[in-house]
Design a protein around this ligand. Structure first.
Ligand code: 5GP
Ligand code: ZN
Length: 112
């Protein structure tokens, strides 16, 4: 999708510090980490919104995305981590392309 930051990152038009990549999923370090480990996992194909656009048509790629998170975490050397997505501006979403944050490397605080 035009003018989507994460589509541009997925296409390699904007560089990123990649952690994992396959045909449908890309993981890369967040540019402004809030924890010692802060990686974003995205579907390469544009899915708008946070999770509000998930449906049976895109469930397979999201399922695959989750299936590779444990191996990404292992590669990052963390066993305890949080996987989070912000859905909507009030929840803190700033990029309108589905992404999941992997946060770890320190004791994490309470949610919310
Ligand atoms: P959100 O706020 O939508 O949940 O998450 C968006 C994340 O993207 C933020 O944590 C932000 O730091 C990260 N981010 C924004 N622009 C870039 C960029 O150009 N490169 C990388 N690697 N991360 C980015
Ligand atoms: Zn996109």
């Amino acid at each position: 999708m035009e003018n989507c930051l994460f589509c541009k990152i997925a296409a390699g038009e904007i560089p990123s510090n990649k952690v994992y990549e396959d045909d449908t999923v890309l993981a890369f370090h967040d540019i402004a980490p809030v924890a010692p480990v802060h990686v974003l996992v995205i579907p390469k194909a544009h899915i708008a919104c946070g999770v509000c656009e998930l449906n049976s048509d895109n469930a397979a790629v999201v399922g695959h995305l989750f299936s590779v998170i444990p191996s990404i975490a292992e590669k990052l050397g963390i066993t305890d981590y949080r996987v989070v997505t912000n859905n909507g501006e009030e929840a803190g979403q700033t990029v309108g392309h589905l992404h999941f944050h992997i946060l770890g490397g320190r004791r994490l605080g309470e949610m919310g």
